[in-house]
Design a protein around this ligand. Structure first.
Ligand SMILES: [Zn+2]
Length: 135
């Protein structure tokens, strides 16, 4: 199946490239890059699904596994995206609102979205001029 070969070639080369590029980065930059890469991957999967569908409409035979394979990839990317967002939020020094789950900048007393009182940071050192971070 030419169409399928073409699609999978595009998918794999795109995935390969983005993974390699992401390895060069660290910390937030890496996660941000990965977020963009995931978005691009997702677009690609959706596009491929559309292409398959269109080919099918034009009389080409498209096996169900092709769709289900792509659907699985979409599921995986969506899950990865979700995890990535929470990791990014952590790195950005945010906390999740216990009430609505909104990512709130650490140090605020109330959630800007729902107004819930946020747990205060127990490690609030106001007197020490320099706090070293040995993450
Ligand atoms: Zn909230």
């Amino acid at each position: 199946m030419d169409l399928w070969n073409e699609i999978s070639k595009t998918l794999y080369s795109a995935a390969d490239y983005t993974v390699k590029e992401a390895e060069k980065l660290t910390g937030i930059a890496k996660l941000k890059y990965k977020r963009n890469a995931l978005k691009a991957k997702l677009d690609l999967y959706y596009k491929s699904i559309g292409e398959l569908k269109y080919a099918e409409r034009n009389g080409q035979e498209v096996a169900d596994e092709m769709y289900s394979g792509l659907f699985e990839q979409v599921d995986a990317v969506l899950a990865e995206q979700k995890e990535l967002e929470s990791r990014l939020a952590d790195l950005r020094d945010c906390v999740s609102c216990p009430q609505c789950g909104y990512k709130v900048q650490r140090g605020l007393s109330f959630c800007p979205k729902c107004g819930e009182k946020l747990p205060s940071d127990e490690k609030k050192a106001e007197n020490t001029g320099n706090a070293e971070d040995n993450g």
